[in-house]
Design a protein around this ligand. Sequence first.
Ligand SMILES: [Cu+2]
Length: 283
Amino acid sequence: MRVFITLKIILSSFFTIFISNQALSEENMGAAHPWGLNLREAFSPVMADMVTFHNGLIWLITAISLFVLVLIAIIVVKFNTKANPKATKTTHNTFLEIAWTAIPVLILVVMAVPSFKLLYKADVIPEAHMTLKAIGHQWYWSYEYPDHGNFTYDAWLVQDKEDIEGEDRPYTRLLTTDTRVVVPVGKVIKVQVTATDVLHSWAVPSLGVKKDAMPGRLNELWFQADREGIFYGQCSELCGTNHGYMPIEVHAVSEEDFLAWIEEAKENYAKVGEDLNLAKIKE
Ligand SMILES: [Cu+2]
């Protein structure tokens, strides 16, 4: 029985390489899950295209590998010393040499077309609904909402489940942050990424985005969340001791919920560049 269960786990994880893992992951959660082997479930058009492209390439790679394996098997069986004691003196075959150069080149060209298309799609930002600024620090992210009152806040790792008790969101170990990034669903969001100290990288796999955050440079990326949910990400550039402890938690919500959150955030968070004179605020 135990052997059967183990076999089932191995087989099912093997098959996830070839099929989408949608059924395995919790609904509307962009997070890794136990035994997950495939790419993260797609929540944005770019990520959906990346998954399709990746799955297509898997079939191509499998076909090429099988073809090479068959060739090797033929050589081993037909041309070993026993089966073929007198080796041929052939050293050149013009047709074969042209073919095994041209065919791989053609395969690469065929692969390059959808690859460049996807690269272009991810790179060129469509007309954005709003801009969000993500700033990397050792070791947390801070965010600014320049289109919505220009407020700013920091997002730190939540170390304990109790720290977010009573909140309307799940606790995911090493991925939950004290404050969240909130964006409207179905809208193009432009994210400007930068850093204040060392290189960081703002990456959310289920949205198909990853961009280096560099001090003194403003990088841009875009995403559009297809449905409401929570998408987790992590800093993806080695940035020091706590590199693994500066996660990203993005919530895609309806436009009304987003505007309600904005009103709340304007109250709770500081304005960019505001003189934080606490004595003055107290007055
Ligand atoms: Cu970092």
